[in-house]
Design a protein around this ligand. Sequence first.
Ligand SMILES: Cc1ncc(COP(=O)(O)O)c(C=O)c1O
Length: 398
Amino acid sequence: MIDRSLFAMFRNNPNLTYLDNAATTYKPDSVIEAISHFYSHDYATVGRGIYQLSERATQRYEEVRAQVAEFIGAKANEIIFTRGATDGLNLVATAWGGSIISQGDEVVVTELEHHSNLIPWQQLCQQKGAKLRFIPVTDQGELDLTSLDQIINDRTKLVALSCASNVTGLPVEIDPVVRAARAVGACVVIDAAQFGPHHRIDVKRIDCDFLAISGHKMFGPMGIGVLYARESRHSQMAPYQFGGGMVFDANLEKATWLKAPHKFEAGTESVAQVIGLGATIDFMNKHINFDELARHEASLCARLIDGLSTIKSMKVLGNSKLLRQSGHLVSFYHDNIHPHDIAAQLDKYNIAVRAGHHCAQPLINRFGVSGTVRASFAIYNSLEEVDRLLEALTSIIG
Ligand SMILES: Cc1ncc(COP(=O)(O)O)c(C=O)c1O
């Protein structure tokens, strides 16, 4: 779907079949060049220096904020730069949850969450004496919404869920959950780490209060993420971290804070990564048509599912029909061979896949398996690579 020569990793590793995109994606040259250009021509900190280079870096940093805002349908002051999706979700748990959640309140997540969207809420509930509740998952890997009106009730203060699973690859039916949360006035947090690389994000359409994105999973640099924080929630949030860059005024005894988003960006900002993220959005705007991408990735899933069905004792996790229509990865397992052994064997064929519990142990336990092998796709993967994976699997398993 895209010219692979735009990516140095493919030029330098021409025989590699890279199918671990749900973990992290390769970077186009334009992103690497933007970072390199900043370090070699424009390098400075932002928001502090009274000299041209620093002013230019500050301007570029804020331009990227506006660019991200436009990309996801938000306002610039609603964009907080973070280290990644994990950092963004922890920020919400600490800054909003720490201020608002109290004893007896309820927080709702789903059984399919990545640890990054589970553990921060476990910790918050333990600290505050609040109750953590779970929307269950069906045998097909979809949300079981039959008891939603009991799980989300007038004690619910926050509902956090991801809009695409990093284990099953299935899109998550978030709309009924968001509506139920809205009906009781609960805060809605969306983990879009797996959704962002494959679909257009529109925070207004989703109707969420917070949404976390991971830069490195969508062709951007490592160490950068975005947290969308709805403006009307800013006044309910305490600072996440304290230090330089977030202070309005300080004396030896106390301090006051800048307004959001700077209130939440303490310390020297990750300017190079933000500039790389700006180049990433340019890349996505230029090269990605999300409808075509979804069709392409679903066709890769369908080919893989068809091939896996011919290999004895091999099973696909989740709703295969839905994966064929709108999946971006396939998780599979063998009745008698551990997923780590399959992945290690595939590595000998120069095929990179992820194996294990994918940082979603409760979901893996829910399915009663020890783990899965996960082949996850991006815009640069092809049907030929799926066939290569299937051939290797056939040779390994027989
Ligand atoms: C669904 C989901 N949420 C959150 C994360 C964490 O993202 P990050 O690496 O940006 O912290 C991941 C990473 O695998 C993920 O798949």
